[in-house]
Design a binder for this molecule. Structure first.
Ligand code: UDP
Ligand code: MG
Length: 323
């Protein structure tokens, strides 16, 4: 089926990565050479560096290696748009030129050796292959615990993500084309990619330490990212308000019985019973009402994303039969 090796584009978003860039180019170039030698990928394969509005001389380094290294291509964004958007831009630019894309961070914390297995799995018929960290012992305790609680929270909120998978993944060009149908502006690729469908698989690798430079995801950005991930995919927080309102109404009924008994026994000050009842009951009613309105807003929000209703994998039709 795959007589001619496919064209691979490795997409690497870079933001102020001039320290690590020389190592990254070297390592990825060796990998490309080896893959081409082994006839696993076409010699038209490329490494596409996306400069996400870096303030240092990252773009200079990219354009210099474009001159000297036949594998290197560069895409310079006009300003900093964040990791997810930069990656998306790279994937879209690559889609018209290749058969397979692989996204990887510039710091090469993800093991490039796993790319061999990813490519093999692509030839076995997978459209999406996730790189999954088998262990995180090289992450700091803080990064590890926050990241893992994040995955658990996302799952609890009903957002399907692949546990311990970041943005190191292989996508076939048709999967990337489907991805372009997801029109949302708040991009959270780890949540969208599992929605695409198709045959998928995982490869496992050990996550390494950053080769050079510092993390571009400080705590503030991480919290924003997590918050974005949840609010871009889940309307569970709205349902939570509704449920809370119902619980408070039930509590208010219990409080009603209690305060009526207290009233008839006679050990209350005047006005206490009616105050008690109205505070609890009205509180509950208000929360339920906000919850109901919220449900409608949730629907509007889901509609406004204009996500595709389905993605077609195969269509066996008469045209197909005649060819
Ligand atoms: N990155 C980017 N734009 C940004 C922030 C980060 O393109 O605004 C890139 C960065 O260059 C790297 C990747 O996203 O290739 C992941 O960032 P980093 O390694 O700093 O995150 P961490 O691994 O610490 O979570
Ligand atoms: Mg990193």
């Amino acid at each position: 089926m795959f007589d001619v090796p496919s064209i691979l584009y490795i997409v690497v978003p870079c933001y102020n990565e001039c320290e690590v860039f020389p190592y990254t180019v070297k390592e990825l170039t060796n990998l490309m050479d080896d893959l081409v030698d082994k006839n696993k990928i076409s010699s038209f394969s490329r490494i596409l560096f996306v400069d996400d509005g870096s303030k240092d001389n990252t773009w200079e380094l990219i354009s210099n290696s474009f001159e000297s290294n036949k594998y290197v291509c560069g895409l310079k964004l006009a300003g900093n748009v964040g990791h997810q958007n930069a990656l998306f831009a790279g994937l879209m630019a690559a889609a018209s030129k290749c058969d397979i894309t692989i996204s990887i961070d510039a710091d090469l914390q993800d093991d490039v050796a796993a790319i061999y297995e990813m490519v093999d799995k692509y030839y076995e018929g997978n459209d999406i292959v996730y790189g999954v960290r088998s262990d995180r012992k090289n992450d700091t305790f803080f990064k590890r615990t926050t990241a893992q609680s994040f995955y658990k929270l996302m799952n609890g909120m009903g957002v399907k993500t692949v546990y311990n998978h970041a943005d190191f993944r292989l996508m076939s060009v048709r999967a990337v084309e489907q991805l372009s149908n997801y029109k949302e502006r708040n991009l959270f690729l780890r949540g969208i990619v599992p929605l695409i469908g198709y045959k998928t698989d995982c490869v496992y690798y050990e996550r390494k330490e950053r080769l050079a430079g510092t993390s571009k995801y400080p705590l503030k950005k991480m919290i924003n990212f997590a918050f974005d991930g949840i609010t871009s995919f889940s309307i569970k927080p709205i349902s939570f308000i509704f449920t809370l309102g119902l619980i408070i109404i039930i509590c208010s009924l219990i409080a009603a019985i209690y305060s009526l008994i207290a009233f008839f026994i006679g050990n209350t000050v005047p006005g206490w019973t009616s105050l008690m009842l109205s505070i609890w009951f009205l509180g509950g009613v208000q929360l339920v009402s906000i919850g109901v309105i919220g449900q409608y807003i949730g629907k509007i929000y889901m509609e406004s994303k204009e996500r595709p209703r389905y993605n077609i994998e195969v269509f066996l039709s008469d045209e197909e039969r005649n060819t």
